[in-house]
Design a protein around this ligand. Structure first.
Ligand SMILES: [Mn+2]
Length: 348
C-alpha cells in the first residue's frame, strides 16, 4: 500500500488531476462505482476548498487500513494540507449544507463528513489539515474504538511509491503499530517496507522484540529496512517499544514528550545481537508518534491540546506539514504514524 498520489493544488486544472487520481485509488482499494464516486466528490471538494480559501495547498491520496486496527477492508485516504488562514468557525463549516457563498456549487465540508467513512480536520493559524477516509462500507461502527491508529506516507519528490510503510494489527489485547523505512527510496525500498507490513499480519501476537526477530529473515530477500514496533497491551495499559535502525519515536504522556530510542542495525541485513525493549505506562492522554527519517530529527512535537485529540491521521499529517518548509525540504520519503486513545471520529 505504498502507492501515493501527492498533488499540488495551485490552480483549477489540478482539481481534475485530484479527481482522476482518487478514482484510480478507488480502483486499487476495490471500492465499487458508488463509493469511488463518493471519494471523487470529497476529493473535488477538498481540492476546490484549497483554491477558494487557502490560496492553494496539497492533496495526498493513498490506501490505508481501517483506523480501528483489526477492522477489515481498505479505504482511500484523502489528506488536504494548506498554509491558509484557517477556518474561523469549524463547527459552522462542518454543518451540512453550509457554503461560504450562495453561488458555490461545492458540496461543503458537512457533506464530506456525512458521506465519508471517517472525516476529521484541524484548523489553526498555520492552516488547515483535513483527512477523509472512504471505505466500501459507509456505516460507522456504533461504538467508537478505544484505540485508533492513523498515518500519512509521502514519497520523495512526488514519486509514485514511498519506500516507507506503516501498519497496525490487533491480536487479543495486543495492539501493534509498525513503521518501516526501506533502505534508499523508490520501488526497491517499498518492497522491503512492504515485506515488514506483510509479515506483521502473521506475528502480531508476539512481543515487539520477537516481531523484529521474525521480520529479519522475512526481509532478507529485500534491501532491508529500519523498523520500529510499538505494542500497546490494552488491558494492562502498558506500551512496549523496540526498534532497529533509524526510526523516530516520541511518546506524549502526562503532558510531556519523551524520546523512544531505536537500536542501530538493519532488519533483513544486519540484525543486532540484542534488541533493547522499553516499557512505559499508557495513560489516558498518551499518544505515540513514529516517523521515518524523512522528518527532520529536530521536529517540534505539537502541544495544542486541540490537535492532540483529533484523528491520528490528522495529527500525523499536521506534524508532516509543520516539520518541513520551502527553505528546508525533506530529503527522503516521509512517513508519520500515530497511535492514540480513541478521539472522536467522524460525527461528534
Ligand atoms: Mn527511507
Amino acid at each position: 500500500m505504498t502507492r501515493v498520489w501527492d498533488i499540488p493544488v495551485h490552480d483549477s486544472t489540478r482539481v481534475r488531476d485530484v479527481r482522476v487520481a482518487t478514482e484510480a485509488a478507488g480502483a486499487h482499494a476495490r471500492l465499487d462505482g458508488h463509493r469511488t464516486a463518493v471519494a471523487a466528490l470529497v476529493a473535488t471538494e477538498l481540492a476546490t476548498n484549497l483554491l477558494k480559501h487557502a490560496g492553494g495547498g496539497r492533496l495526498v491520496i493513498q490506501l490505508v487500513g481501517h483506523p480501528d486496527p483489526g477492522a477489515p477492508g481498505h479505504a482511500v485516504q484523502l489528506v488536504a494540507l494548506d498554509h491558509g488562514p484557517g477556518i474561523p468557525d469549524v463547527a459552522a463549516a462542518l454543518r451540512d449544507g453550509f457554503t461560504t457563498s450562495d453561488a458555490s456549487l461545492g458540496a461543503g465540508l458537512g457533506t464530506c463528513r456525512r458521506v465519508s467513512s471517517t472525516f476529521d480536520l484541524y484548523s489553526g493559524p498555520r492552516g488547515t489539515v483535513s483527512v477523509a477516509r472512504i471505505g466500501q462500507d459507509p456505516d460507522r461502527p456504533s461504538t467508537r474504538p478505544a484505540f485508533l491508529t492513523g498515518g500519512v506516507n509521502v514519497p520523495l519528490a512526488r514519486g509514485e511509491h514511498s519506500g516507507d510503510d506503516w501498519s497496525s494489527v490487533r491480536a487479543g489485547s495486543r495492539l501493534t503499530l509498525l513503521l518501516a523505512d526501506g533502505l534508499g527510496h523508490g520501488p526497491k525500498a517499498a518492497e522491503a517496507s512492504g515485506a515488514a507490513v506483510e509479515e506483521l499480519r502473521r506475528v502480531g501476537h508476539l512481543a515487539p522484540a520477537e516481531i523484529l526477530r521474525h521480520l529479519h529473515p522475512a526481509l532478507r530477500p529485500t534491501r532491508g529496512a529500519a523498523v520500529a514496533v510499538a505494542q500497546l497491551d490494552t488491558e494492562a495499559g502498558e506500551l512496549e517499544f523496540a526498534g532497529v535502525g533509524n526510526i523516530g519515536a516520541r511518546l506524549h504522556s502526562d503532558g510531556a514528550w519523551d524520546h523512544l530510542v531505536s537500536h542501530p542495525g538493519i532488519v533483513g541485513a544486519q540484525f543486532p545481537a540484542t534488541v533493547p525493549v522499553r516499557r512505559l505506562p499508557w495513560r489516558p492522554d498518551s499518544l505515540l508518534v513514529l516517523h521515518s527519517d524523512g522528518l527532520p530529527s529536530r521536529w517540534v512535537p505539537p502541544e495544542d491540546p486541540g490537535l492532540l485529540t483529533r484523528d491520528p491521521a490528522v495529527i500525523a499529517a499536521t506534524v508532516l506539514r509543520d516539520a518541513s518548509s520551502a527553505a528546508s525540504p525533506v530529503r527522503d520519503d516521509t512517513c508519520v504514524a500515530v497511535l492514540a486513545s480513541g478521539p472522536p471520529l467522524g460525527r461528534p
